[in-house]
Design a protein around this ligand. Structure first.
Ligand SMILES: *Cc1c(COP(=O)(O)O)cnc(C)c1O
Length: 345
């Protein structure tokens, strides 16, 4: 295992972060705030929000089974993905290794940061070989990206292979668990104390039904969280988002109900898809979507658009020839999709 200092970009390791008025005084006892050049009128929107979201983190810690100092909150998981590059990789020098296919933002952020991205193909069942991932690494590999349940395939990546990567790789391992609420497997975020260089990503955008508020989470050892907090924009999560996040975290029973309805609907849709003449194969899924191999994905995709039903055409993605990715909707929406596909000829 390499030291965190050795993995961090040298300029980031020595960075003194911007110190905001709310960093210098964050207590609740003051009642005359003349320190941040805010307008005293138009409460509560006149005040800068808490840069460290201290009212939100205890609720997240409780739900997610991690401690408050193991939590970073950002403007969607996308912010955490970008921060991984900005904190740990030197452009033109370092590289990252990722499963392929997977979520597109890992590559886009590599390109934006001018960092070499090394995709390693999954097998025909969308499973990862730890040995293949490790063989793609060299002394400049700083990060390995794994997504489980994976997008766009929907399946969980084999736990034993992930553990092998975690045990053998000496850099940062990111596991994106955006869809773990839809799976019964024990999430890797509960293993943080065993793996000091593990970063787990979660989001409010999927099971929590809050894509609009833009709140993503990274869970990691406290030292990594401190580096993220140093580099992020001072007020990266706005007040309205923090308030809405607290609300939804206070009514987790809605989320549990949504998840069980969606899983039930997913199973119904998959059973029905298997009977469709236009569907050749459904890949196993632990997410709120599934990947379906069709007879002719492009024309079925266009046919559905004409009926006002939008799915995702993944045909041009590695290993996803003729595949559509279907998100589970409400019962009524799913029924419309099935009715349309039954009429297709
Ligand atoms: C949808 C998704 C996210 C969520 O990104 P946000 O920026 O939090 O909305 C993250 N990772 C994966 C794999 C996803 O599919």
């Amino acid at each position: 295992m390499r030291d965190l200092k050795d993995l961090t970009r040298p300029n980031i390791w020595v960075l003194s972060p911007y110190s905001s008025a709310r960093d210098e005084y964050s207590g609740h006892d003051g009642h005359v705030f003349l320190d941040a050049n805010e307008n005293p009128y138009n409460s509560p929107l006149n005040r800068y929000p808490d840069p460290l979201q201290r009212d939100v983190k205890p609720l997240i810690a409780k739900h997610k089974g991690v401690s408050e100092n193991q939590i970073f909150l950002g403007n969607g998981s996308d912010e955490a993905i970008d921060l991984v590059y900005r904190c740990f990789t030197v452009p033109h020098q370092d590289n990252v290794v990722a499963i392929d296919p997977t979520y597109g933002m890992y590559k886009v952020c590599a390109d934006i940061n001018d960092v070499e991205y090394r995709p390693v193909s999954l097998n025909a069942h969308f499973q990862m070989s730890a040995n293949k991932m490790l063989a793609a690494c060299d002394q400049n590999t700083k990060v390995i990206w794994i997504c489980s349940p994976n997008n766009p395939s929907g399946n969980l990546i084999d736990k034993v292979e992930i553990e092998k990567v975690l045990m053998s790789f000496d850099g940062i391992v990111v596991i994106d668990e955006a869809y773990s609420d839809f799976s019964r497997q024990r999430p890797f975020r509960l293993e943080l104390n065993r793996y000091p260089h593990l970063i787990v990503l979660n989001t409010m955008s999927k099971a929590w039904g809050c894509a609009a508020i833009r709140m993503g989470m990274a869970f990691a050892n406290e030292e990594i969280i401190k580096i993220f907090n140093k580099v992020k924009y001072p007020y990266n999560v706005n007040l309205l988002t923090q308030q809405k996040a607290k609300e939804i975290l206070s009514s987790p029973y809605d989320v549990e109900r949504w998840v069980s309805m969606l899983i039930e609907e997913r199973d119904r849709l998959i059973r029905a898809f298997k009977l469709l003449p236009v569907c050749e194969k459904i890949y196993p899924t632990d997410a709120n979507f599934f990947l379906a191999k069709m007879t002719d994905a492009k024309s079925i995709y266009n046919y559905l658009i004409n009926k006002g039903i939008i799915v995702r055409n993944r045909s041009r993605i590695h290993l996803c020839d003729n595949c559509l990715r279907i998100t589970i909707g409400t019962k009524g929406e799913n029924t419309q999709l099935l009715a349309a596909l039954r009429q297709y000829c």
